[in-house]
Design a protein around this ligand. Structure first.
Ligand code: G3P
Ligand code: CA
Length: 375
């Protein structure tokens, strides 16, 4: 079957099968129709660790702000406490974003998963932000707690006018055997896996069939997520190097002469086209509805990685009927580059800016919304 015929057939079948799709947009392209058929907004605004430019990542102000701005999804990195509770935190270590060194000096280098939930809840996950970003600091950020998955679900459900979906990553799943099952249990218990009836509007993604997107860099975790939740959309995150695609060069950062990690990553590529497309084929064969590639950012920085959104890459992904959600872009120049290259949604720390770029501005300012929520 030729690509052209394949895309036309896919579009037709999606349009015919759209009875249960959300009524939030009129598809204007094959990819928009594909997203719509999954109940996923097109293009999607994915609030990376919440509105984490404006508030400490993965905390209540970050997630309530993202929700009230009108982001489509609250993104989180899922871990499990020593006593078995699912919570959101990006790093394995607590050192960067909490005061663990002060509260538990002898255990400060232990992974977050070595702490009980009660212990994690004693930590201050907000003050680091005030020190790192004094221009965005707020007194109300001091002492913010780490959040459980249940608490983030409460936030998602907490504004009748905007119910975002949840975009949940199994972070370091090898450290958490069975986390896919635990996630299934919590989402099911909270009613987020129940069949969806009727249609929803664009600001109620969390009430429609695309309300949960599961994401992972780990092929084995994708298989386990598919086994646990076969009907829930999944994204395979893409990376070059350890745990990801084989790179085209084995030169280390130290030997590369690159001035920083961003410059080093920007020079790296998958070994060849086949290496890239093998990951797409794995994603497709194991139930993913799309991929989450990295991008090289125009202005660099610590979230600037490999350029995996080159037009041929996006075309190869679309030709397989898969969506592309790129991580993690904050600048309009990068929003434009990514959209021009053909992506279908963007992870961003600056949901307010991406919503403006998509001409879906929030009705209130970031300051106003933070204040409305007591921050
Ligand atoms: O989940 C994908 C996106 O969040 C980028 O990865 O390292 O920020 O979780 P990371
Ligand atoms: Ca993540």
């Amino acid at each position: 079957m030729s690509d052209t015929f394949g895309k036309s057939a896919l579009l037709l079948s999606l349009i015919l099968g759209m009875g249960q799709a959300q009524a939030n947009s009129v598809p204007s392209s094959t990819e928009a129709a594909l997203a719509n058929a999954h109940g996923i907004p097109y293009p999607a605004v994915i609030a990376h660790r919440g509105a984490s430019f404006d508030a400490p990542e993965s905390t209540a102000p970050a997630y309530t702000l993202a929700r009230d701005l009108g982001a489509d999804y609250l993104e989180m990195d899922l871990q499990r406490s020593k006593d078995g509770v699912l919570f959101a935190l990006h790093d394995n270590s607590l050192l960067r974003t909490t005061d663990v060194a002060k509260k538990f000096p002898e255990r400060k280098d232990s992974p977050a998963s070595a702490f009980t939930l009660a212990e994690l809840k004693t930590l201050d996950a907000g003050s680091w932000f005030n020190q790192a970003y004094p221009d965005r600091a707020r007194a109300s950020y001091v002492g913010l707690p780490i959040l459980t998955l249940d608490e983030i679900i409460d936030i998602a459900q907490g504004n009748p006018e905007h119910t975002p979906g949840l975009y949940i990553e199994t972070k370091q799943p090898k450290l958490f055997p069975g986390i896919e099952h635990d996630l299934h249990h919590t989402l099911s218990k909270r009613g987020w896996l129940a069949p969806v009836t009727g249609t929803t509007t664009g600001s109620q993604v969390g009430l429609g069939k695309g309300r949960i997107i599961l994401q992972t860099f780990d092929k084995n975790s994708l298989e386990l997520l598919q086994k646990e939740m076969p009907d829930t959309p999944k994204i395979l995150l893409l990376w070059v190097g350890e745990g990801g695609m084989t790179p085209d060069t084995s030169v280390s950062f130290a030997d590369s002469g690159a001035k920083d990690k961003a410059a080093y990553y920007a020079k790296q590529q998958p070994k060849d086209q086949t290496e890239f497309t093998q990951w797409l084929d794995f994603a497709k064969a194991n139930g993913a509805i799309g991929t989450g590639p990295s991008a090289a950012l125009t202005h660099g920085g610590d979230q600037s990685y490999f350029d995996l959104i080159q037009p041929w890459m996006n075309k190869a992904t679309h030709d397989r009927g898969l969506l592309v959600h790129v991580y993690t872009l904050d600048a309009p120049v990068d929003f434009k580059k990514a959209m021009d290259a053909g992506v279908d949604g963007i992870f961003t720390n600056r949901a307010s800016e991406l919503l403006k770029y998509y001409q879906r501005p929030a009705p209130h300012s970031v300051n106003q919304l933070l204040e409305n929520n007591g921050f």
